[in-house]
Design a protein around this ligand. Structure first.
Ligand code: FAD
Length: 341
């Protein structure tokens, strides 16, 4: 087993609530590490509605969802949290001597005295496109995210989709791949116009290929792809393809949380409203993933839950130490932690 990383607090989920928990825990000197299956912080705000304005964040009459995530990242920067993105937490088990072991689908191991589940609606998981036989090539030649760019070096890469992920990876992999073919149903894209312009410029210079159409078939053997059939307005084209990256959007599934021995009710984790602790002492659940009488799935509810959870987490991380209530406006010691005193 690899040597574990040992933060005080392991937070599952880097959505707005997991991020704000870092701030509250940091004020009480607890070091956090966050794990998220997405490739960046922000959870639903970043993945589902980054440009939409939010009107009910206290103190902000209007802030875009991505703007809120950016401000949260700024706010927690003094506490230097660790992040592991593109990782799904698969295992959570109790250690004999106290605390918990958390493992990911990349076989990393974390050990922490406290685990905070801030997993929202569950893990975002990619939608599989309706291409016959695609399962046989998954993980060897077909990937739904880019975890290691080296996997794509000197390969014939085909990227399918019209959103930001498809266009970003088309541009990022083009310099290292042997060939890049972007496939989308139509010549209009949902992605940022700047990325689309860059893609068309590279196509003009014959440094990548853009095809309008749909992937209808895959060829290869032993889990290794060799080509893909693209059905376009003028018929079928056989394109060399050793790596396929379909970006067909994400769905939210509870994922492995159901297997961790916690009490669940309708795919949510019941907690008390004093500490937001689950049925397992030392494991807390905050934000959209929890349930209690009167629960509202709002960002501000999650922020409140993070503040109260912190009081209880501190008693576990530093037993016997007095938990002192202080205001950030008047406490020099808190201001020192924030780097403003
Ligand atoms: P999430 O934002 O869901 O983040 C959870 C994170 O955990 C995800 O990134 C997920 O990938 C990760 N995760 C889960 N399981 C695992 C695992 N096993 N391993 C690794 N990572 C995992 N709320 C408001 O207050 N005001 C609004 O105006 C508002 N508007 C909304 C508009 C839309 C369109 C939507 C969809 C939601 C809106 N909400 C709004 C709700 C708000 O976005 C949620 O309440 C908030 O995102 C919950 O935050 P969270 O951190 O609890 O969870």
């Amino acid at each position: 087993m690899p040597e574990p990383t040992r933060p005080d607090i392991l937070i599952i989920g880097a959505g707005p609530v997991g991020l704000f928990a870092v701030f509250e825990l940091g004020l009480f000197d607890m070091k956090c590490h966050l794990i998220d299956i997405l490739d960046r912080p922000g959870g639903q705000c970043a993945e589902l509605y980054p440009e939409k304005p939010i009107y009910d964040i206290p103190g902000y009459p209007l802030i875009s969802a991505q703007g809120l995530v950016d401000r949260l990242m700024e706010q927690i920067a003094p506490f230097k949290p660790g992040f592991s993105f593109n990782r799904m937490v698969t295992g959570l088990e109790k250690l004999d001597g106290g605390g918990f072991r958390v493992t990911t689908d990349e076989n990393e191991v974390f050990e922490a005295k406290v685990v905070v589940i801030a997993a929202g609606g569950g893990s975002f998981q990619p939608k599989r496109p309706p291409i016959p036989g695609i399962e046989a090539f998954e993980n060897g030649s077909v990937f739904y995210s880019v975890r290691r760019m080296e996997e794509f070096r000197d390969q014939d890469v085909m990227i399918v989709g019209g959103g930001d992920s498809a266009l970003d990876w088309t541009l990022n992999l083009q310099p290292i791949a042997r060939s890049v073919t972007l496939v989308h149903r139509r010549p209009e894209f949902r992605a940022a116009p700047d990325s689309v312009n860059k893609m068309y410029a590279l196509q003009e210079m014959k440094q990548l290929e853009f095809l309008v159409g749909q992937v209808t078939g895959l060829k290869g053997a032993d889990g290794r792809l060799s080509s893909a059939t693209v059905k376009g307005p003028d018929g079928d084209t056989e394109v060399p393809c050793t790596r396929l990256l379909p970006f067909f959007g994400l769905t939210m599934k509870l994922g492995p949380i159901a297997e961790w021995g916690l009490n669940l009710h309708e795919n949510l984790i019941p907690v008390d409203t004093e500490k937001f602790e689950t049925s397992v002492p030392g494991i807390f659940a905050i934000g959209d993933i929890n349930s209690y009488p009167g629960k509202l799935k709002l960002i501000l509810s999650g922020f409140h839950e993070a503040a109260l959870m912190t009081q209880a987490a501190k008693r576990i991380v530093s037993p016997g130490e007095r938990v002192v209530f202080q205001y950030t406006t008047s406490s020099t010691s808190l201001q020192k932690k924030l780097g403003v005193a």
